[in-house]
Ligand binder design. Sequence first.
Ligand code: SF4
Length: 150
Amino acid sequence: MRARSPRRPIEQRIRKTPLGAELALSLYTKGCRYAACSFCSLPLLSAGEARVGADDIKAQADYALGAWSKKRLAAVERVSVVNSGSVLDQRTLPTRALCHLLKKLSVLPNLKLVALDTRAEFVEDWELDRLRKRLGKIGLELAVGYETQD
Ligand code: SF4
């Protein structure tokens, strides 16, 4: 099997939802630190313990947003970000890489909400403050327990 590039996301797709067009972005990072949910295969999609640095993740964000035309991106109203674990776990996704992504998202003209998939123990006020600054008036939502919701 060919090795996966640390500078490419697992997936980025734009889908229609009842709440508007959503860009679903799955970043390739180290695996979930918890990795104890028997139903979950997400850690298998991750880099495991291999290093995926902040610059690699920034390159993934650039690649994901560069994959779409300006017209498709202009229609996006929601963005959901997952990473085979917790987006707010800095061991897997350094804050500066996340800030880079949010800064790029902040210029999308119709974007109303960015949802980050995370376990609750990784949520820290100082980091949320930084992320909110990057997003300006765009809403920030934490999707906690995402896999168990309909
Ligand atoms: S459900 Fe979430 S916390 Fe559980 S193993 Fe999967 S990614 Fe980790």
